[in-house]
Design a protein around this ligand. Structure first.
Ligand code: ATP
Length: 366
């Protein structure tokens, strides 16, 4: 009988509640005891009521809830060893030595660091007199399993992160709504979408909504992008199109790393093409609302697999993350996926596009 903790960390994403529900119920079905850690790593550092035992009925109806009902936070204290020592002490107090964490790359990096430090944290708890040798004896090893919850779909090694398809659906729905006005008034709309340094949401929204032009960080436009965009938009108008849609990813920039903003694009369309143009920044509606069916399924299958991975783990197994690759739920070493993600993101930031795209290609052909 293991005590297994589940927490959500970093930015919220639709499907996180489904993860908690699946982990709680699979833990109980496996004869173990589930605990929810509230408010991300802050709950781990604070302990007490922030770490609660969960019952089957506690997560009833959570399959269709948006955001995360156990809360999430960005926690400075956990970045310091002193904070992680408190977190370790709180876990020992509750008898928990396995954690399933649903979050982005930052949360998973923090989790693996915690696991690496765990033996020395146990020694420190004993040497500082907080815990006896006897009390920490059964906590020799911390078992960590990661699930990727993010609307950005920005983690290497998995085809989809939990939340990305709900967000994409929300973006497409919003663009459909905006299209009514665009068509009626023959207007142009420049839509800014989230995604940090990843253009997946912008690209897929553009494909799904028939955008005229899309700006993403992975593939910055040519040096004369202003001319190119205006000529494409004019061509579409000449072919009889009554509306224009341009999508700008949050992290979009040109070849020289100058940020491309929705307002810049709007001014160009207004001044050079003569279109009545508006900007719509979708903002946090992209992160809210109930998860779509795909995210509910992904979160549930991955939550179940995460509990299985906890029960299979040995001290020698590297911490896994649960991924989906070509429609199969698989486990991968957490640190490899994070390293690859950082490499690709770093390359994009450094404008080393060739290497970045090679990184992506390697990922796709794995
Ligand atoms: P998102 O993709 O939504 O930003 P994220 O998980 O990457 O999610 P972060 O803010 O990077 O979000 O991380 C969440 C929390 O994880 C941090 O506030 C911090 O408590 C912890 N964390 C992140 N990186 C580390 C690290 N290197 N060491 C220890 N803790 C960390």
């Amino acid at each position: 009988n293991k005590n297994i903790g589940v927490m959500t960390s970093g930015g919220d994403a639709p499907g996180m509640c489904c993860v908690v529900r699946a982990v709680v119920r699979q833990t109980i079905a496996s004869g173990c005891t589930p605990f929810a850690v509230y408010e991300g790593y802050q709950g781990l550092v604070d302990g007490g009521d922030m770490i609660k035992q969960m019952a089957w009925e506690d997560v009833r109806g959570w399959v269709s809830e948006g955001g995360t009902l156990i809360g999430t936070a960005r926690c400075k204290a956990f970045m310091e060893r002193a904070g992680r020592l408190n977190a370790a002490n709180n876990l020992v107090e509750k008898g928990i030595d396995a954690l399933i964490i649903c979050g982005g790359d930052g949360s998973l990096t923090g989790a693996d660091k915690f696991r690496g430090e765990w033996p020395s944290l146990m020694n420190e708890l004993v040497s500082s007199g907080k815990r006896t040798e006897e009390a920490v004896k059964r906590f020799r090893h911390l078992n960590i399993v990661g699930l990727v919850g993010s609307i950005d779909n920005d983690l290497s090694g998995t085809d989809a992160t939990i939340g990305c398809y709900s967000s994409l659906q929300r973006i497409c729905q919003s663009i459909d709504f905006i299209d009514a006005t665009a068509f009626s008034h023959q207007r142009a709309f420049v839509i800014e979408v989230m995604g940090r340094h990843c253009g997946w949401l912008a690209l897929m929204a553009g494909v799904s909504c028939g955008a005229d032009f899309i700006f993403i960080p992975e593939n910055p436009p040519s040096e004369n992008w202003e001319d190119e965009m205006c000529s494409i938009v004019s061509k579409h108008r000449a072919m009889g199109k009554r509306k224009t849609t341009v999508i700008v990813a949050e992290g979009a920039h040109d070849m020289k790393l100058n940020k491309i903003t929705a307002v810049m694009v709007k001014d160009l369309l207004a001044q050079r093409v003569g279109l009545d143009t508006r900007v719509t920044t979708l903002g946090h509606v992209q992160r809210g609302g109930p998860p779509c069916a795909y995210d509910r399924m992904l979160a549930t299958l991955q939550g179940v697999e995460a509990v299985k991975a906890v029960l299979d783990a040995t001290p020698e197994t590297p911490s896994p993350i649960i991924c989906i690759v070509e429609n199969k739920i698989v486990r991968k070493p957490m640190l490899d996926a994070i390293a690859k993600t950082n490499e690709v993101a770093g390359n994009i930031e450094k404008m080393d596009f060739e290497a970045a795209m090679r990184g992506r290609d390697a990922e796709f052909s794995e």
